[in-house]
Design a protein around this ligand. Structure first.
Ligand code: DAT
Ligand code: MG
Length: 138
């Protein structure tokens, strides 16, 4: 298994609830390395590109409104199998399936306000890192 990079983002609800530190701590404790991070308000056009795969879903408008509603904390993390392991640490999308001990299982009760985003594949990670960080990585 190769060293990978993934794109993770604390969503506006997570920044508002001041769990950025806890989330960074979880990935540091696991042994992953932070390669880039920034607090930003996502422009609508970037949000629409980021969530393009969901453009036809009925919740797309709400999703874009929510993700642009306040600052997010965007990050790139590196490590062995980090794409898959970060998804496991995040917990499932649906609140009834996200186990206690995971980020969503500890903090989220709704599918729409679920604290954190993480890339779901190598292709997504490369695309999302490019969208949010471009060449701007250490
Ligand atoms: P994930 O964020 O776990 O990768 P996803 O890619 O299926 O999940 O969906 C992206 C985001 O869209 C998700 O974090 C929250 C929102 N979302 C997904 N399904 C939804 C639904 N049925 N109703 C409202 N929002 C939803
Ligand atoms: Mg997804």
């Amino acid at each position: 298994m190769a060293i990978e990079q993934t794109f993770l983002m604390v969503k506006p609800d997570g920044v508002e609830r001041q769990v950025v530190g806890d989330i960074v701590d979880r990935f540091e404790r696991r042994g992953f390395v932070l390669k880039g991070a920034k607090l930003m308000v996502i422009p609508t056009e970037l949000a629409e590109k980021h969530y393009a795969e969901h453009a036809e879903r009925p919740f797309f408008g709400e999703l874009v409104d929510f993700i642009t509603s306040g600052p997010v904390f965007a990050m790139v993390w590196e490590g062995e199998n980090v794409i898959k392991l970060a998804r496991t640490m995040m917990g499932a999308t649906k609140p009834e399936e996200s186990n206690p001990g995971t980020i969503r299982g500890d903090y989220a009760t709704t599918v729409s306000h679920n604290i954190i985003h993480g890339s779901d594949s190598l292709a997504s990670a490369e695309r999302e890192i490019g969208l949010f960080f471009g060449e701007d990585l250490v």
